[in-house]
Design a protein around this ligand. Structure first.
Ligand code: HDL
Ligand code: ZN
Length: 443
């Protein structure tokens, strides 16, 4: 106790492993620590191999990513209905020609494809995809996943699992072995945002619910969530909410949130992830690429954090204007964990702004990024970009700290990066999560 007191009063300098870094050493040390610390990717749409075709990988899936489809329609005379009638292969060929041959791939999503091709020593300037296709065709999935995660510096990815998706539910109901590198999440959009369309699925599985979510529906949805928790062992539950989301407000979704989801999350000791700000299908002809964003009223989040202090909220917001407010709310509520630079925010110019203001207001008590990867190999470029941006920001931060009077060692930097990349997620997803079971040995 005495030593701790003396340390706290500065009478004994805080013992720190390693020498204080000179200003010239800071950037290279930060870069090396970032490169050798594997990350827990807290939100993706990837699937473990056991989920078969639900898991997307390879060059044709990479090129038909909805981010690239949106950019394609701006650079081609092909109309959406013509594009949707093409085969996946022909769609990929059309996108490669429009965005990579007829134009320079300078956008975030197109440059990402170039980075993936380069990572596998594939040519990046060919007029067609023949060489890339034969490379990916020659891969076996399990070995390819191991290689991709190693290249991306990722130990574990968290999936997005929808118990009301018929194709995915069948895999879970048949029994699927847990995979240490792929953790599950119980996704609730169809329950909380589209109850009247999907309530019969629960009724069909024997849960006494009705279209208005009245009577015992709340209790029965809670039983459904507990049953699927036992089946999936999710590390958190999640829902994407529109920019118009309000709480409190007398809606079926809010009633189920209050009566079923939040009590279940609290009792099961899992956080609820709220991803707020989507404007769904502003252009339906673009399908998955047709969503946009809107600035949300985060007083809904304020009310939830205050009214449910025993619940933990993992929150990402989609509007740039909401990012600063989210930081301030995180300073007010310790049951609120901001995470990631989501979707339209995941561009270096905006990631830089968001991450700097988070460090300035929250120190290292946040989760800086998730990949949101839908196709396996995207983690390579998404995490390469994050490390590149973080290296600049953290180096500036430590240089400022040194100038203001506190030197930094490699050990200090490792502790911070481990917190940002791993332990905030591990601590937040509760005692029963197994986020850190996967090997974190860096090659
Ligand atoms: O709701 C979500 O999880 C979003 O990430 C959507 O899946 C979106 O289409 C996406 O892929 N964003 O990156
Ligand atoms: Zn997502």
């Amino acid at each position: 106790m005495r030593t701790a007191f003396l340390k706290s009063t500065g009478q004994i300098p805080i013992s720190r492993d390693g020498d204080l870094l000179t200003e010239a050493q800071i950037f290279s040390t930060v870069k090396d620590v970032l490169a050798t610390t594997q990350v827990i990717d807290i939100h993706t749409h990837l699937f473990a191999p056991a989920f078969g075709k639900l898991g997307l990988w390879g060059i044709d899936e990479l090129l038909t990513y909805h981010y690239l489809e949106a950019e394609f329609f701006r650079c081609s005379d092909t109309r959406p209905e013509q594009y949707w009638s093409l085969s996946k292969r022909d769609q990929a060929d059309a996108i490669w020609r429009a965005l990579f041959v007829d134009n320079m791939p300078v956008s975030e999503a197109t440059r990402g494809i170039i980075a993936v091709l380069k990572a596998f020593h594939l040519p990046t300037d060919r007029p067609d995809l023949a060489e890339a296709r034969s490379f990916f065709k020659a891969q076996t999935l399990e070995a390819h996943i191991h290689k991709v995660f190693q290249m991306a510096g990722v130990s574990t990815v968290v999936m997005t699992n929808d118990p009301l998706d018929p194709e995915e539910a069948a895999v879970w109901l048949n029994g699927v072995a847990s995979d240490k590198q792929f953790c599950a999440v119980l996704r609730l959009d169809r329950i909380l945002c589209n109850w009247t369309t999907h309530w019969q699925v629960l009724a069909g599985q024997g849960y006494r619910v009705d279209e208005q979510a009245s009577g015992k529906s709340g209790t029965e949805v809670r039983r459904f969530l507990v049953d699927w928790y036992e089946r999936m062992q999710p590390v958190y539950m999640a829902v994407s909410l529109p920019d118009t989301f309000e709480y409190p407000s007398d809606t079926i979704g809010n009633r189920l949130l209050k009566e079923a989801v939040l009590p279940a999350c609290r009792d099961l000791e899992v956080p609820l992830s709220l991803m707020i700000g989507v404007r769904k299908q502003v252009n339906p002809s673009l399908r998955l690429a047709g969503d946009a964003l809107g600035r949300a009223d985060l007083r809904a989040l304020e009310n939830l954090c205050r009214e449910f202090p025993a619940n933990r909220f993992l929150v990402s917001v989609l509007s740039r204007e909401n990012q600063h407010e989210l930081c301030v709310y995180a300073r007010k509520f310790s049951n609120l964990m901001p995470f990631g630079c989501w979707w339209f925010m995941n561009n270096p110019s905006i990631v830089e702004e968001i991450t700097r203001e988070r460090i300035e207001m929250l120190g290292t008590s946040f989760i800086p990024q998730h990949s949101d990867a839908r196709v396996l190999e995207q983690v390579i470029y998404k995490w390469n970009n994050t490390r590149r941006t973080l290296a600049r920001i953290l180096s500036d931060t430590y240089r400022l700290l040194s100038e203001d009077g506190r030197g930094v060692t490699r050990g200090d930097i490792q502790r911070d990066v481990t917190r940002l990349f791993r332990s905030n997620a591990e601590a937040w997803t509760g005692p029963r999560a197994h986020l850190s079971d996967a090997s974190t040995q860096t090659s």
